[in-house]
Design a protein around this ligand. Structure first.
Ligand code: NAP
Length: 247
C-alpha cells in the first residue's frame, strides 16, 4: 500500500477519471475527499466503495470555479480528515464549438472551471503544504492543451493554461518539498467523451497508434505513482497517457 496514511483530495471525483483516481488512491490506503458539483449520489457511491477498502472517505459539493466556496470546502476537509497530502485537480467541463460560433460565456465557463478551479484549489492548500514541507499536486490537463483541437478553443486554452500553471507551481514550491505535475490524457471512455458524435469517436480511434480508447484506470495508474513517495524527484512534468495519439 504505497499511499497508506495519506489524505487525497480529488476534484470531480464522482465520475469518470476522477472516480478511478479516487478509488485507485483508496486501494493504496489513502483516505479520500471527493469533490463534485452536482452528482451527490455518485460521489456517495465512490465514498461507499472506498470505505469498503478500509479507508475514510467524505464527499463535498463544491463548485471549483468559486474562490470562496473552494476555501470553505478545503477548510472543512482539514476539519474532517486533519491533513491533505495529495491534491488532484481533475474537475473539468467542455462547451465545444468552432471559434466562429463560440459564445463568450462558453469560453469563460470552461476557463473558470478547468483553469481557475485548479488555481483556487492550489491557492487554498499550498500554504499548508509549504508548512508541512510536503505535498503532491496533480493537474489533469489534456492532449488538446498540447496539440490544439478544432472546436475546442476554450478547452484547449484551459488545458494549455494548466500546463503553465503546473510548471510555475513546481518551480515555486520545489524547495518546500511539494511536487506539481500534469497528466495529459488522450481519448478516455467517460461521460465527457460519450457525449461526442459517433463519427468523431471513430475518427479519433483511427489516429490512435494503439488502436484503442483509454480507460479511466489508465490515468489512475499514473496518478497513483505520481502521488507516491516513489515520484519524489519528478516535478513540473507533463506526461501523456494517450496510446500514442500525440507522438
Ligand atoms: P466527466 O466524466 O464529465 O466528469 C467530470 C467531473 O468533474 C465530474 O465529477 C463533475 O462533477 C466534475 N465537475 C464538473 N464541473 C465541476 C465544478 N464546477 N466543480 C466541481 N466539480 C465539477 O469527465 P472526465 O472525462 O472524467 O474528465 C475528467 C478530467 O479529465 C477533466 O478535466 C477533463 O478535461 C480531463 N480529460 C478527459 C479526457 C477524456 O477523454 N475523457 C481527455 C483528456 C482530459 P458532477 O459529477 O457532480 O457533475
Amino acid at each position: 500500500m504505497i499511499l497508506k496514511n495519506k489524505v487525497a483530495v480529488v476534484t470531480g471525483g464522482s465520475r469518470g477519471i476522477g472516480r478511478a483516481v479516487a478509488l485507485g488512491f483508496a486501494k493504496e490506503g489513502a483516505d479520500i475527499a471527493v469533490i463534485y458539483s452536482g452528482s451527490s449520489e455518485r460521489a456517495e457511491d465512490v465514498c461507499k466503495e472506498a470505505k469498503e477498502m478500509g479507508v475514510n472517505a467524505f464527499s463535498y459539493k463544491c463548485d471549483v470555479a468559486d474562490f470562496d466556496i473552494t476555501e470553505s470546502t478545503v477548510n472543512q476537509i482539514y476539519e474532517d480528515l486533519s491533513r491533505i497530502d495529495i491534491l488532484v485537480n481533475n474537475a473539468g467541463i467542455t462547451r465545444d464549438g468552432l471559434v466562429l460560433q463560440m459564445k463568450e460565456q462558453d469560453f469563460d465557463d470552461v476557463i473558470a472551471v478547468n483553469l481557475k478551479g485548479a488555481f483556487n484549489m492550489i491557492k487554498h492548500t499550498t500554504r499548508r503544504f509549504a508548512k508541512q514541507k510536503s505535498g503532491r499536486i496533480i493537474n489533469i490537463s489534456s492532449v488538446s492543451g498540447l496539440m490544439g483541437n478544432s472546436g475546442q478553443a476554450n478547452y484547449s486554452a484551459s488545458k494549455a493554461g494548466l500546463i503553465g500553471l503546473t510548471k510555475t507551481i513546481a518551480k515555486e514550491l520545489a524547495s518546500r518539498g511539494v511536487t506539481c505535475n500534469a497528466i495529459a490524457p488522450g481519448f478516455i471512455t467517460t461521460d465527457m467523451t460519450e457525449a461526442m458524435p459517433e463519427a468523431v469517436k471513430e475518427a479519433s480511434l483511427g489516429i490512435i497508434p494503439q488502436k484503442r480508447i483509454g480507460t479511466p484506470e489508465d490515468i489512475a495508474a499514473l496518478a497513483v505513482f505520481l502521488a507516491s513517495d516513489n515520484a519524489g524527484y519528478i516535478t513540473g512534468e507533463v506526461i501523456r497517457v494517450d496510446g500514442g495519439l500525440y507522438i
